[in-house]
Design a protein around this ligand. Structure first.
Ligand SMILES: [Fe+2]
Length: 245
């Protein structure tokens, strides 16, 4: 439309930093990966200003997975941890107001999901999901129990390293990224076929959260630090929104 203000658009993703869509050692990638070359379209107002859900609906325990599914007076079973960090762009600027949604297996490595088939028990006091919004400095923090590793039907004996899934929602509908956080020292990380789909070992290391004893809570919880770095933004046309999209 002629009257639509021209927006700067998103910077194209650097495919070299991401795993190939087809990685046969990760079996389901064979069926999930595209069979033909992708078509690329410029983003427009629909993607850049579209609605974002969930930013105004956080409950008081959404960032506390130890208690957000537990009965009164009870708590989830497992090693108690704090996960904290910042969401920043590639220039180091904080990204405030980003909605982080997290989900994970319980301490035994089992998900609360109808298709879950692992024999480890469910914890009646653990739901396995939570969410938090970054503050003005781009910081976030949530509490949970450290998830256990779990086997999955890929090869004969493949195990996922302990991990927490992250979804990051920005200010526009197209701004959603999904990744996984791993834990320092886990020997399963480098044996995992999904991790193996990432060609660059340095890119893998950026997904491994180090133990951070300075942020631990004595006699309560250890802490892990995980910063999420987004692409930079073009904002020259956003004179009324200096924070960008
Ligand atoms: Fe998982």
């Amino acid at each position: 439309m002629a009257d639509t203000p021209r927006l700067a658009g998103y910077i194209a993703r650097d495919a070299g930093q991401h795993p190939a869509a087809l990685h046969p050692a990760y079996k389901t990638s064979v069926k999930r990966s595209p069979q033909a070359a992708l078509l690329s379209f410029p983003s427009g107002p629909g993607e850049e200003t579209g609605p974002v859900f969930g930013h105004d609906m956080l409950g008081p325990l959404d960032h506390d997975l130890i208690h957000n599914f537990a009965a009164d007076g009870r708590s989830a079973i497992g090693p108690r941890i704090v996960v904290q960090g910042r969401v920043i762009d590639q220039s180091g600027r904080p990204v405030p107001g980003a909605l982080l949604e997290v989900w994970q297996a319980n301490a035994g490595g089992r998900y609360r999901h109808k298709k879950e088939g692992y024999l480890a028990p469910l914890d009646p006091d653990f739901g396995g999901c939570g969410r938090v919004i970054t503050d003005a400095e781009g910081r976030y923090e949530f509490r949970t129990v450290q998830p256990g590793p779990y086997p999955w039907p890929n090869g004969v004996n493949d195990w996922r390293p302990a991990h927490i899934h992250f979804s990051v929602f920005g200010a526009g509908f197209a701004q959603r990224l999904i990744t996984q956080m791993y834990f320092e020292g886990d020997p399963l990380i480098w044996r995992c076929p999904i991790v193996g789909a990432i060609a660059d070992p340095e890119a893998v290391r950026r997904l491994i959260a180090p133990l951070d004893m300075d942020r631990s809570l004595p006699m309560d919880a250890r802490a892990y630090s995980f910063d999420i770095v987004l692409r930079g933004r073009r904002q020259t046309l956003f004179e009324n929104r200096m924070e960008g999209l």
